[in-house]
Design a protein around this ligand. Sequence first.
Ligand SMILES: NC(=O)c1ccc[n+]([C@@H]2O[C@H](COP(=O)([O-])OP(=O)(O)OC[C@H]3O[C@@H](n4cnc5c(N)ncnc54)[C@H](O)[C@@H]3O)[C@@H](O)[C@H]2O)c1
Length: 264
Amino acid sequence: MEELAGRVAVVTGGASGIGRAMAVRFRDAGMHVVIADVEEAPLAATAAELGVVGVRTDVADSASVQALADQVVERFGTAHVLCNNAGVGGGGVISSLTLNDWKWVLDVNLWGVVHGLQSFLPLLLANDDGGHVVNTASMAGLTAWPGIGPYNASKYAVVAISETLALELAGSRVGVSVLCPGVVNTNIFQSQRNRPEALRNPQRNPGARAANAQVTSMSGIDPSVVADQVHDAVVDGRFWILTHPELVEHVEHRTRSIVDAAHR
Ligand SMILES: NC(=O)c1ccc[n+]([C@@H]2O[C@H](COP(=O)([O-])OP(=O)(O)OC[C@H]3O[C@@H](n4cnc5c(N)ncnc54)[C@H](O)[C@@H]3O)[C@@H](O)[C@H]2O)c1
């Protein structure tokens, strides 16, 4: 999508972090921007501050995402750029996890993307002036890190969905990008704030506590740097968005171990 001005961008998880930065970047490019988020107060505050539309949405709930799409159509007629970005990070080694730990992360990070595609892809494909899907995965979608099993699983799935979609939409007017950041300075390490009551553990498990204690000490790049790269990838029609080139050696190592195993 070379021309963004006047078109419509929808960003899930737009009240905070990377989503908020993408909303700013697309607004500054002259787009109509809708941010969708489950957290009501930050959503209202961010929408007012940025001068964009905010729609309370739970991406884990297909009806909620369809209601978002219906509101976008009612207001703007269609959507052009869909950023399936809402996500949560849960910690804990696999042997310590509960089914609720798995369900919460997969509901948001995996099903959120599926719901977004289900409700918005028909709109993008029907546009004469095309569209673009940006799915937020992670470097954890390209190489697995210990202590975040459900997160790794969800992000590998988002990469696979994005690769499949890009193959299926090749030659169409709808482009696809997958965003795989390393650490970005956001509120991701406070993700438990958005965990539904029904999926909380009766007792917070010690494995999760230890993993969360580790990850909260990490610091990364500014979300605006990521948003600039997302903007450029949409305009240039690039699939991979890798914000941390220094981490790509982990992907090389993984790929080499697979290839080596085949030639053993
Ligand atoms: N921050 C990082 O280091 C990093 C690295 C790689 C990938 N990511 C990915 O970036 C994306 C954005 O995360 P962030 O780092 O900006 O974190 P963040 O917590 O600052 O923002 C995430 C937003 O998603 C919203 N959200 C959570 N559950 C939701 C739901 N069910 N429905 C709708 N909205 C929901 C939150 O309220 C929040 O506003 C996520 O997919 C995350 O996995 C982040």
